[in-house]
Design a binder for this molecule. Structure first.
Ligand code: SF4
Length: 353
């Protein structure tokens, strides 16, 4: 590895910050093959904060209805070939019960943007989960909503909220998310954080038109916004979408970006997303070796996993797969931690309306 790259990585490890031209230089010049030093610094950084622990999240996809039309997503509004479903609250609670019995202490309730589930319905569901399954953290991943709705869900007991911003480049955002608005998305993220949620942002790797300069801007945005969680994943366009013929994003680039994010945000909760593990059967292992500390198995009922097809062949497991997950994590040199796995500095603050 050349001297300038080594120097920049040492600086990033020491200061947890680089200027945009420096990040761009790294992104332009580092390859997966020679990223050993980057990954080593990222692992050392995660070990300082989270030791070798890997937190598990149990993802339940409760509705594949969505009012949006993102150009890569298989459950976009205009894909008429999707068999749509909505899980009733009792089925969602049954998923929670299975997750709880299996030892999971975070449930991620994920859906398209589906207004069928009003604030009242979701608040009731969250309160029931909190009452029936003590110690279970509830993460929501349900898209954009009003501040009032977010506030009500937080008051009901939800702990975390994932809202990937998808891309910080306005032109790409508008091209691939028709009818949506980046400023509105960022406003939602700001409000979630203000209300008190442990908040997750994140972007897609490999959108057509995405340059290293844009990726450097992504990293700077994350540094500035400082979310509690960051979820990034390679683009896997669904064939029944306008981007259906575009190539998938690179797992290797995604893993390099995970390591850079770990160094820029040493305390962040950083999952190896399902998309990484879908494109690469050693995706979890590669992500963990690059500083990630969370894995999020999709454990929805098998029938729903098939229908929640944001992309083809999405990786999923059932609750019985826990020993196998444990084995993979341990073989990678880490240990499974079945606690809630909160951000190391975040206590639950009182909500700000
Ligand atoms: S990416 Fe999310 S918001 Fe966009 S269509 Fe798919 S589920 Fe809906």
């Amino acid at each position: 590895m050349e001297k300038k790259l080594k120097g920049l990585l040492a600086k990033l490890y020491r200061k947890n910050f680089l200027e945009k031209p420096e990040l761009l230089y790294l992104l332009e010049n580092i390859t997966y093959r020679d990223a050993g030093l980057l990954f080593a610094y990222a692992r050392k950084t995660r070990v300082k904060t989270y030791q070798r622990k890997v937190y598990l999240r149990s993802v339940v996809e409760f509705s594949n209805h969505c009012r949006n039309n993102c150009w890569y997503c298989g459950i976009r509004r205009e894909n008429k070939k999707v068999e749509r479903y909505r899980l009733p609250p009792e089925t969602i609670l049954a998923c929670c019960a299975s997750a709880y019995q299996a030892g999971y202490r975070t449930i991620v309730l994920q859906s398209g943007e589906d207004e069928f589930y009003t604030a009242a319905v979701l608040a009731d569901l969250i309160q029931t989960i909190k009452r029936e399954y003590p110690g279970m953290a509830v993460t929501l991943s349900i898209g954009e909503a009003s501040r009032e709705k977010y506030y009500r869900l937080y008051q009901a007991g939800a702990d975390r909220f994932l809202l990937r911003h998808e891309t910080i480049a306005t032109d790409l955002y508008e091209r691939y998310h028709p009818g949506m608005n980046l400023q509105q998305r960022l406003q939602c993220l700001k409000e979630l954080k203000e209300i008190g949620f442990q908040t997750g942002a994140g972007f897609i790797v490999g959108l057509p038109g995405q340059t290293n300069e844009i990726l450097a801007e992504e990293l700077l945005f994350l540094t500035e916004f400082s979310p509690d969680m960051v979820g990034i994943g390679p683009l896997i366009p669904h064939p029944e979408t306008p981007l259906g013929k575009s190539p998938a994003g690179s797992v290797e680039k995604t893993v390099i970006l995970l390591a850079l994010i770990r160094l820029l945000l040493p305390e962040v909760l950083l999952p190896v997303t399902t998309a990484v593990n879908t494109l690469d059967k050693y995706g979890w292992e590669k992500g963990l070796a690059a500083g990630a500390n969370v894995i999020m198995p999709v454990v929805s009922p098998a029938e729903c996993r098939r229908k929640y097809e944001i992309y083809k062949n999405k990786a999923g497991v059932d609750y019985a797969a826990l020993p196998e997950i444990k084995k993979r994590v341990e073989n990678a040199g880490f240990e499974l931690d079945m606690s809630r796995g909160d951000h190391c500095k975040r206590l639950r603050p009182a909500a700000i309306i």
